[in-house]
Design a protein around this ligand. Sequence first.
Ligand code: B3K
Ligand code: ZN
Length: 878
Amino acid sequence: MTASRSAIRRLDYTAPAYLIDRVDLTFELDEHSTRVLSRLVVKRNADTAEGTPLVLHGEELTLEAVKLDGALLSPEQYTLSERDITLPAIADTAILEICTRIDPAANTALSGLYASNGNFITQCEAEGFRRITYYLDRPDVMAKFTTTIIADKARYPVLLSNGNRVGSGNSDKGRHWVKWVDPFRKPAYLFALVAGRFVALTDTFVTASGRNVALEIHVEPGNLDKCHHAMAAAKKAMRWDEERFGLEYDLDAYMIVATSDFNMGAMENKGLNVFNTKYVLARPDTATDADFDGIDSVVAHEYFHNWTGNRVTCRDWFQLSLKEGLTVYRDQEFSSDLGSRAVQRIQNVRSLREAQFAEDSGPQAHPIRPDEYLEINNFYTWTVYEKGAEVVRMYATLLGRDGFRKGMDLYFKRHDGQAVTCDDFRAAMADANGVDLEQFGLWYKQAGTPVLDVEGVYDDTARTWTLTVKQHTPATPGQPDKLPLHLPLTVGLLDRRGQELPLRLSGETVATGGSRVLALRNAVETFTFVDMPCQPVPSLLRDFSAPVRLNYAYTDDELVFLMANDNDAFARWEAANTYAGNLLRNAYHALGRDEAAEVPQQFIDAFAKLLANEQLDPALVALMLELPSENALFEALNEVDPGRVHQARQTVKETLARELRALFLAIYQRLNDGSAYHYDGDAVARRSLKNVCLDYLAELDEPMIAELLANQYRRADNMTDRLAALAALTQRDDGEPFLADFGNVWQDDALVMDKWFALAATSSRAGALSRVEALMQHPAFSLKNPNKVRALIGAFCLRNPQHFHAADGYGYAFAADRIIELDAINPQIAARMASCFNRWTKLEPARRAMMKGELERIAAVAGLSPDTFEIVSKALAV
Ligand code: B3K
Ligand code: ZN
């Protein structure tokens, strides 16, 4: 296997030799042959030696002509390669005019300008602009753009780009044109162009300082009635950013365009965000509560990028977490303010642990600011985004809400209009608060999840409780040794009645509060709490104050106590999660010894108590009742036998369903009150608990339960309930007709069909893989559409461990075949799918060998993309 390009290293950064001041683009759109004229004002950078040639990035372009200061260059005057063009040196400033042709219809990688459903869409982050024209395609080259789009008026009535629309008119051959000017300097990755047949939902927003902003959501005809939630989300996000961070929108219009062919969720192009339809289109009958939540957070996320990403951008791609970690933190905070903070936090932590912790202990482990990459698109990871957000959250936890805001204000004051680094952000936080955050910088350098080993000792004569915290971070590829990190550990101590004890550390004069943020800096730290009337039960890592694994030898009694009493919702959920995790592991090991998998009565009673507690938020109860997933269990085991993991979880779930049948049923019936659908916090919470109860009940093989499921499926007035019933039915032998009915009813709705594909792909029933293979022939499926690939292939490979890891190895062979096919179509998506082999060393020897064999088969493919090569070669290197 060969790498077709060499690694890019963070420490090799040098400032650009040339800068671009202005860009004037003219597009003559045609599906197969679009002409792009680019007029650049290029300046030699201050420190660049005279005579340094000008090298512009460019890929998959056909160059037609290039002029320097008006003179046409002959081919001897420049050098073209597959990746760039080398032009003569520029003395000071020059006008460069470049004419290229591109083929949007052939662009299945969906990077650059591509055709989708007869429309034109662009995606330029990270390095797609170079597939449109030759350019200095790096984020620290920021220019002012104007864009003129010329296209057939009948086929492409809507022509959009960044900034403000300054002119339009008709031109020859039935064509028309629109001209856009973006007054803000930006890197090329924020460029966007959209053309096609769209209808728009419009609205207005008045900013805090009284400016009118036009809001437009452009969708394909027929979808207008599904845009209202996204529009409301945009308005809420705009207001929230003003109130929480004092940040206002800065253009006359904020536009969103939805497309069904998109590599990820959405993209924050200046003034013209492009979204996957999944994060725009929703109606109660087509979208679930989770979909509505997802729209709120993605709309907010992209909108928030206007400041954290666009106004202040990244100096280079190693700094990606500067904008992504910060913007995820902001969207999480927005969602917390909008709904239940506790539920939001638990959901975020749950996915962080399942996905990011796994990434951090596998072959792709990297710091939130990576040191090198082959393909930057492989670094839009859980680590850069979600762990990055945790790092930002730690500033807020250490500095407090006001301190964090001061840091943000200073960051914008210093860096508005600049391309900066993660260190600049950290310096703003430190300087605004007068604190030393030197050691905190290690969070940007070290990969791996830190481990905190915690002990507590009560001294009943001295009435003290001493907490000892030992910290270490396991080795990760390329980083054998780690240093102790600076992190906040939030703790509370509970008395026997479950009340918080007032906290006073030895040396302090008065007790302050019942919850305390302890700042850790050393490998071992001790804290002595005084005036402790009794041995407390510690509530640790409250609100998940740092992205670490915490070990504390809780007894089952203490876990049950915390489940019932802790007033920190995260810690309360955590107690249930820890107890359930221990139980599932015990069940797994028992099955391995051919013993029965027992569920202790104490655990059943604790669940019963939760179910009966009408004071608790039903959404919190629902989260506490959900058993850790099979993937989560994998992480806690070695030499994993996936079949046994499934069996262990299944046995525990069935036992709970049988033992708690009456309670599950009573609560289901109480909550299933026939009220009409509303999307609001209370209703969402009630539905979530109702459907968790239904999910347990579905384990029972009783005609009455079958009827209950069928009734909910048929009578639901919304997708949340209908899909919950169908998901439960899909795991049962009597579910087939319902799945067929659903596929039939919704065959014309692409997003709903994605749910249908995913249900089939995640079924635990025998024959799942053959059904997935058959569904690849379904008319609604296409390997060229990333949503479909994620729904069917991604769901099978990443979310159906039982069948993906089938002992015969067919699941692995299927995945490898698809990855190889996809690599030729869309390398970014292929590389994402290839991560299903990342944890191969976790498996028992037979499967491990088969997975390795498939990785080697992929690696041996001639002409493999750097994207897939990077993932596969790292997986093989461990
Ligand atoms: N910034 C984009 C992601 C671009 C991914 C490029 N492969 C979406 C976001 O994080 O908001
Ligand atoms: Zn983002």
